[in-house]
Design a protein around this ligand. Structure first.
Ligand code: ADP
Length: 978
């Protein structure tokens, strides 16, 4: 036959592969068969065909089929063209039979009879060719009838196989919605292919009363009655089909004419007009599931074995599809129900969380008013004792309620998924410092030792949500202090570096407190859980702390664990991952600083009796751009009785050292200043001035950035030591003893120090208990939110006058700085950071820790955030500081009201001269001393001068002071003794 196209063996191979099962039937029959596709390509030949054509290589045969016929047929037709015409005709008509001459590979010709039957496989048309060698008819004397029957069977088989393939495809593609329709269609297709008028599916059910089968699906050809119509829907195997059960259970088909069936069964089939029937059992997972049935109501024919076996696989496919469908609809139903349940649970939960969040938010406003107003009235100190007691209760209850509301807000935020974690850089030391300093106060008077165990190799800068980490640690630490009466509380911070700049931190808070019973441990992290309320009487708490802690830890994908023993103590461990910045580790210095802080706090009481060595011969220079900071250090150095000079820039300090008019024992140099920072100024002093004095003078770095160890950096840069701001009394004392004290000069005085110290304290007391006693009491009783007067006073050895001066300096100088940072521009950000840095330390210095903290955050923000964000924060910051300043001013005013002063005509000229000379010598101490004398009196004239002097002394406008005094009260000579 002629090839229209180049034969494509790949297509044939794919076809054979796809239809392996169906072709198997053709493979084993003795009749030579071929399959052609619509492009006239031979797709397949069976074994018998290869034998007939005497060739073993199937591929070669398929590829070169045209060679297996003479060029011309006996009637003269061209074999290839004629072959093509025959194929076209067969595709058109569906069936064609003709005689043909073929040849073997050696060219030996032989006559054949060829039949072509059209069929569909996988929705495509093919021709099944059957070749009968007529030369051999005589030899085998085949019965033509048998031959025809065989052919008919081959067609039926081919068709059936193709139907089963289509059914499989339909079922596979069907979805839940159209499954019934597909099943109906599939049964119909199968029935038509085997000439049945009815096809049905029965499913078994086991009931207590017996074993039944029920009609599951049915297809009936038009014009024939359905089983349903014949009321055949449920049959009992025992009663109605007693002879079928065993056969079917043995997985054998029943293939019979109705008249040959046993009595009981015959009855049913006769009833439905069935002449012959086929029952194919279906087994699913080794269980007898039911059966597939086909009825012929027109002819008495039994189905062939081949048909039965093909239909059996059809039955299996249908059963599997049914199961799959059931499974799918179950899943769909369950997931729909689940979805609905989840949705309504979520809605309910969201509604609850929203409600709580809104309520908490709304409650905070009135609560703040309750707390704020009661605080205000308490501050005013105008209420009688009984009312005061009640008001304090209002204040305390309000504060407790506020913390509860805040906790609820956190919980509902977390539940509503609205709590988002920040990811920003933070200093580990600073975070730990905040947490420990906030919580250490909770020790109260209990004999508890607070131990810090911090791995100094941890990274200094971490990334994560430091506020939430603080919250976690604060909850654990405050519980430890709350539930421990004596012994120890240990905070341990360890970590392991993980790949890609991550550190796994383990925080452990261990206490020797009341412990938690095993039964309570299980419920410990549940909301609103508090145990042993009887034994915890008096302990404030909401039972939400640990629940929030756990949720925060989970939000950070961390882990929290607890072990505890009743009466022995508890140990909480939290593991969280944080980003780790490259850079210096925390370091021994920072760890020591943190430990010292705790130490200092624990030893507060001792501090008050710290003996200061009087150093009247010593003279130091303090360099800081922030005037309040100068006053703070000057005030703190006062008990040492040394001379303290101050300058406000690095350049001025260099000048002082270069001039060498005065020889200083030490310089306290601020690190961060505008124009020239402390490191730069120190370098110039050491390297450029060139004198021995400049090379060797003790320079102490005075810095607010020393939360973590930068001592090495300072030492490398020519400093002898460093003091971190806010300056701790103990740290200052260590520095003074090491770097300012001149052993020889002071030896004599040192022996007397105890006495002097005692005398000094008496003096301060007398001063404050006497005329100024009111001032002291007023100062001590005053309450300003965000200002710890107690802490401020402690810094200045309890000296109210010094503290007052420092506060005056703060309220007078800070507004100028605020003004300067108000309209910050990107270019001016660096100066702005320096200014904020200054406010940070001066605020800490006076005990305004909240503002100090704010300034600290702002300083960090100014280094990392956008200028717009920083501007907003600066404005918020400014308004806070302004409120504080206003309140301090009011307090200072109230204090001054109560101190009646003697009245004099004009200020004492001698004191004014002292001020003039002290200004000239930059001797702040001298200026202060003389001015305090002037301030002791009220003046009938020159009242304005006193105010002016005060303002300018604080601003260190020494030149202007000299000019005015000299002009209006001078000329002054340099020979007045100060
Ligand atoms: P609360 O506000 O009551 O402290 P928490 O959720 O923080 O709420 O703690 C829940 C309860 O767990 C506390 O009321 C207390 O009974 C117990 N608990 C928590 N921490 C400790 C601890 N360190 N020692 C003993 N009991 C503790």
């Amino acid at each position: 036959m002629r090839k229209k196209h180049h034969p494509d063996i790949k297509r044939s191979v794919a076809f054979i592969e796809e239809n392996k099962a169906a072709l198997k039937l053709l493979e084993n029959i003795s009749q030579p068969c071929h399959i052609w596709d619509e492009k006239h390509q031979l797709m397949y030949c069976n074994e018998a065909s290869l034998k007939l054509f005497k060739i073993a290589d199937r591929e070669y045969f398929i590829n070169n089929f045209s060679r297996f016929a003479p060029k011309y047929q006996p009637d003269g037709a061209h074999s290839m063209s004629s072959g093509d015409e025959k194929l076209d005709e067969a595709f058109k008509k569906g069936f064609l039979a003709f005689d043909w001459t073929h040849s073997t590979i050696e060219g030996e010709e032989f006559p054949c009879h060829v039949t072509l039957q059209r069929m569909t496989i996988n929705e495509k048309l093919y021709l099944l060719a059957s070749i009968k060698e007529t030369r051999a008819v005589a030899v085998f004397s085949r019965d033509l009838r048998t031959e025809n029957e065989m052919l008919r069977e081959i067609y039926r088989r081919g068709n059936l196989l193709s139907t089963i393939n289509q059914v499989a495809e339909l079922l596979l593609r069907s979805n839940l919605e159209d499954f019934n329709k597909t099943l109906h269609q599939s049964l119909g297709m199968m029935a038509k292919t085997v000439d049945a008028n009815r096809a049905y599916l029965w499913k078994n059910i086991k009931e207590k009363s017996g074993f039944y089968c029920t009609l599951y699906y049915e297809w009936t050809q038009e014009g024939f009655s359905s089983l349903k119509e014949n009321s055949l829907q449920k049959l009992s195997y025992e009663e109605d089909l007693p002879n079928f059960l065993t056969t079917l259970q043995e997985n054998q088909a029943i293939n019979s004419l109705t008249r040959d069936l046993p009595g009981k069964e015959r009855k049913w089939f006769t009833l439905c007009g069935t002449l012959s029937t086929l029952f194919i059992p279906i087994f699913v997972e080794m269980e007898f599931w039911g059966y597939l049935g086909f009825d012929n109501c027109e002819e008495e024919v039994v189905f062939t074995e081949n048909e039965v076996s093909i239909l059996r696989s059809g039955g299996l496919m249908i059963a599997n599809a049914l199961l799959h469908n059931e499974y799918l609809s179950n899943i769909q139903m369950t997931s729909r129900k689940l979805e609905e349940a989840l949705k309504s649970a979520e809605e309910a939960n969201n509604a609850k969380s929203d409600f709580l969040a809104n309520m908490s938010h709304e409650m905070r406003t009135p609560l703040n008013a309750v707390i704020g107003l009661s605080e205000l009235v308490l501050e005013e100190n105008k209420v009688d004792l009984e009312s005061r007691d009640k008001l304090e209760k209002v204040y305390n209850s309000g504060s407790l309620l506020l913390s509860l509301v805040n906790d609820i807000l956190d919980i509902s935020k977390i539940e509503a998924g609205k709590l988002e974690l920040l990811y920003e850089e933070y200093e580990l030391a600073s975070m730990l410092n905040d947490v420990t300093s906030q919580n250490i106060l909770k020790v109260g008077r209990k004999p508890i030792e607070f131990i810090l165990d911090i791995d100094e190799n941890l990274p200094g800068i971490l990334c994560g949500d430091s506020r939430r980490i603080k919250q976690i640690l604060s909850n654990l630490l405050s519980n430890a202090f709350k539930y421990t009466n004596q012994g120890k509380v240990i905070l341990s911070v360890q970590g392991e570096l993980e790949k890609s700049n991550q550190v796994r931190l383990t925080f452990t808070v261990e206490d020797t407190g009341i412990g938690i019973s095993e039964e309570h441990l299980e419920k410990l992290f549940e909301d609103y859980t508090r145990f042993d309320l009887e034994s915890q009487k008096g302990q404030e708490g909401t039972g939400l702390g640990l629940s929030i802690t756990k949720r925060l830890v989970q939000l950070m994908e961390g882990d929290i664990r607890v072990t505890s023993q009743l009466g022995v103590g508890s140990k909480f461990s939290v593991e969280v991952c944080q980003g780790a910045k490259e850079g210096p580790a925390l370091g021994a210095q920072a760890v020591n600083n943190l430990k010292n802080f705790i130490y200092t706090n624990n030893k507060r009481a001792e501090l008050e009796h710290l003996p200061r060595i009087p150093l009247p011969n010593a003279r130091v220079l303090v360099v800081d751009d922030n005037v309040t900071n100068l006053y703070v250090l000057q005030g703190m150095l006062k008990p040492y009785k040394m001379k303290v000079d101050c300058v406000t820039s690095g350049e001025e300090a260099i000048e002082r050292i270069r001039e060498e008019k005065v020889r200083y024992d030490a310089i306290f140099m601020d690190q961060m200043m505008p124009m020239m920072d402390g490191v730069c100024a120190t370098r110039i002093i050491r390297e450029e001035i060139g004198t021995d004095y400049a090379k060797n003078i003790n320079i102490i770095a005075f810095t607010a950035n020393a939360t973590y160890g930068s001592e090495e950096m300072f030492l490398e840069n020519g400093f002898q030591g460093f003091l971190s701001k806010p300056v701790e009394v103990l740290a200052l004392d260590r520095i003074v003893r090491q770097w300012v004290q001149d052993k020889e000069k002071e030896e004599q005085l040192d022996r007397q120090s105890g006495l002097d110290e005692e005398k000094e304290r008496r003096e301060v007391k007398e001063r404050q208990g006497g005329k100024g006693g009111d001032t002291t009491a007023r100062m001590q009783n005053a309450k300003i939110t965000g200002l710890s007067i107690e802490e401020g006073l402690r810094r200045f050895n309890g000296d109210v006058d010094i503290y007052k001066t420092v506060l005056e300096c703060y309220v007078s100088n800070t507004p100028n700085i605020l003004e300067a940072i108000k309209e910050v521009k990107k270019e001016g950000l660096k100066d702005c950071i320096v200014a904020i840095h200054g406010i940070k330390s001066s605020s800490y210095g006076i005990g305004a820790n909240e503002i100090g903290e704010m300034a600290k955050d702002l300083e960090a923000a100014a280094k990392g955030e956008s200028i717009e964000d920083v501007t907003i924060k600066i404005l918020q910051f400014i308004s806070k500081v302004e409120i504080l300043i206003k309140e301090i001013k009011e307090m200072l005013y109230r204090i001054s009201l109560g101190s009646p002063k003697k009245v004099k005509k004009t200020p004492d000229l001698l004191e004014l001269k002292k001020i003039y000379l002290a200004c000239k010598a930059y001797d702040m101490d001298g200026v202060d001393q003389a001015f305090s004398e002037i301030e002791k009196m009220e003046y009938e004239e020159d009242r304005e001068l006193v105010g002016w002097l005060k303002d300018n002394i604080i601003r260190m406008n020494f030149m202007e002071i000299q000019e005015r005094l000299d002009e209006e009260y001078g000329p002054f000579q340099d020979d007045v003794e100060c």
